[in-house]
Ligand binder design. Sequence first.
Ligand SMILES: Cc1cc2nc3c(=O)[nH]c(=O)nc-3n(C[C@H](O)[C@H](O)[C@H](O)COP(=O)(O)OP(=O)(O)OC[C@H]3O[C@@H](n4cnc5c(N)ncnc54)[C@H](O)[C@@H]3O)c2cc1C
Length: 592
Amino acid sequence: MPSYTAPIRDMQFVLHEMLDISRQEIPGYADLDADFTAAILEEAGKLSSGVLAPLNLTGDHQGCRLENEVVHTPEGFKAAFDQIREGGWTAIDVAEQYGGQGLPYLMHTAANEPMVSANMALNMYQGLTHGAYSAIHIHGSDEQKARWLPKLGSCEWTGTMNLTEPHCGTDLGLMRTKAVPQENGTYRISGQKIFISAGEHDMAENIVHLVLAKIPGGPEGIKGVSLFIVPKFLVNEDGSLGARNGVACGNLEEKMGIHGNATCVMNYDDAEGYLLGEAHKGMRAMFTMMNEARLGVGLQGWAQSEVAYQNALAYAKDRLQGRAVTGAKNPEGPADPLIVHPDIRRSLMDQKSFNEAARAFTYWGAMLIDRSHKAGDAEAEAMISLLTPIIKGFLTDKGFEMCVQAQQVFGGHGYIEDWGMSQFVRDARIAMIYEGANGVQALDLVGRKLAAQGGKPMMTLIEEIKVFCKENAEDADFARDFIEPLKSASKDMQQAAMFFMQNGMKDPNAALAGSSDFMNLMGHVCLGWTWARMAKAAQAGLDAGTGDRGFYETKLATGRYYMARQLPATKMHLARIESGAAPVMALEADAF
Ligand SMILES: Cc1cc2nc3c(=O)[nH]c(=O)nc-3n(C[C@H](O)[C@H](O)[C@H](O)COP(=O)(O)OP(=O)(O)OC[C@H]3O[C@@H](n4cnc5c(N)ncnc54)[C@H](O)[C@@H]3O)c2cc1C
C-alpha cells in the first residue's frame, strides 16, 4: 500500500524563507510565525497520513454506489469526513462571524495540500463546499449569508457547482436549464446537469447546489445565465431542515479515477431556488471565485505528483535491479537499488524539481489572492488572474506527467493496482479536464490574460523577473546557475508574446495554434523564476549557518537541475509558436 508523509520542512521553507509571510503587509499575516504554521501543518499532516491516506485505496476499489437516489460513499469516508469537520479543517479561512478561524487563504491552501495528496477524492467534498461558501460569501445577500454560510463553513452541509449539461461544457452559452421566477421571489429550476462532483452522498445532512440556469426571456447565450442556490432539503425560517426539494441524483458516472468522489447526473424538476447575485450575471459571479477554484485544481495536479514521487523514491531505494555502471553500490546484495541508475535519477529529479517549484508557485499564488482580497491590492488581483491558467493548466499537465514518471519507476508493478501508483495517475488525470479543460486554459491565457489591461500584468511580470535578475547577478556561481538561464527563458517568453502581438490580430489562428505551447513556455519561466527565488532563500539559509545544510544544499542542487534540464524547454515551445498556424491548420477536416 502506498504511504504519504507531509513534506513539512519544505512547506515551512516556502512559507517563511522564500515568501517570508509574517513580514508581509497583508491583514492576518503578522500572526503567521513559523511555530504557528508548523503546528497547523503538522496536525494536517498527521490527519492526512494517519486517517486519509489509508482510505485512498479503499475509495478507489469500492467507489460510490447509488441506491434509491442515495449515494453511499466508500467505507470509512464518513468517519474520516467527520474528523476533518471536527478538527475545523474545512473552516480555516472561513470568516469568524460564520464560525471559522478567519485565517488567510494561504493557510487554507497549505493545510489542504497534505489532504489532497493523501486522498484527493475524499478531499473534493470539502473543496467544492469551499467553492460554494466563497460564491455565497462574495455574492450573497446578508440573509443568504446568515442562512447558508455557517453550515457550509463547517461542512455540516456540503456544496456543489452545477455548470455542465450533456450538450454544453466549455460553451456554457448553450445551457438549457431554466429558472422560472415565482411571485414570492423564488425560482423554479428545471433541467439536467451532468458530471456534478459530490452531487449526492451520505456524509452531510444537506447539500447546497449552486446551479447556473437561464431565466426565460433573458439575453441569449452566455449573457443570459444566472446563478441560483438550490438546496437538497429546503430550510425552514428557524434553520431546521424542511421538505425534500425537487432535485435528485439520476445516475452515477463510471469513470477513470477519483472513484471515492460521486460524479452525479443531477435532475432538477421544479426545484425551489434562490437567485445568487444579479439576474443574468451568473458567469460574472462564477468568475470572481475562479482564481481560487482553479488554484485548488492546480494544487490537485502537483499534490498527486508529490505523493506519487514519495512512493517512487522509496521503491527506487528498495528495489534491486542491475548494477551501477560505475561499479557496484551494494556489493553484498545480488544487485544495486534502482536509484543508482542515471535514468531513474533523472526521473526522480524531474519529479522532485517540479513538485517543489509547483508548491512554492502555488503558495505564492495564494498569497496574491490574499493580497488582493484582504489588502485590496489591484495589481495582485491582475497578477493572479494572469497566472491562474498557468497554475491550473501547466501544473496539472505536468503533475499528471510526473505521476506517470513515478509509476514508471515501478516498472510493471506500477501497472498493478495493489501498488497504488495507477490510482495516482488516474486521479491526477481529471485535474487537466475539469474547472476548464487545459486547452481552454491556454486559450484564456493567450486570448484574454496576455492582453488584459493593455498587457500591463504581463509587463509587470517581465519587469519583476528583470529586476530580480539584476539584483542577484553579483555572485558569479548563482548568476551562472540561475540568473543566466532565467534571463534566457524570459527572453523566449517575451519573444513569443511579441509574436502573438504582431500576428494575432491579422491571423487569430496564429495565436491560438501556439496557445498550449505558450502556456508551457510561460509555465517553465514561472517555475524557473520560482526556483531562482527559492535558491536565493536556500543560499541565505546556508550563509546564515543555521545547521540545516543538507536541506539547503539539496534545495540548491534540485534548483540547478530544473534550470539545466527543464527550463530549456522554452526554446522548443518558442520555435513551435513561431511556426505559426500553417503547419497546424494545413489539413482540411476531411483529410485527417
Ligand atoms: C469527474 C468529473 C467531475 C466533474 N465535476 C464537475 C462539477 O462538479 N461541476 C460541473 O459543472 N462540471 C463538472 N465536470 C465537467 C467538466 O468541467 C467538463 O467536462 C469540462 O469543463 C469540459 O467540458 P466538456 O466535457 O463538455 O468538453 P467540451 O466542452 O466538449 O470540450 C472538449 C475538448 O475540446 C476543447 N475545446 C472546447 N472548446 C474549445 C475551443 N474554443 N478552442 C479550443 N479547444 C476547445 C476542450 O479543451 C476539450 O479538450 C466534471 C467532469 C468530470 C469528468
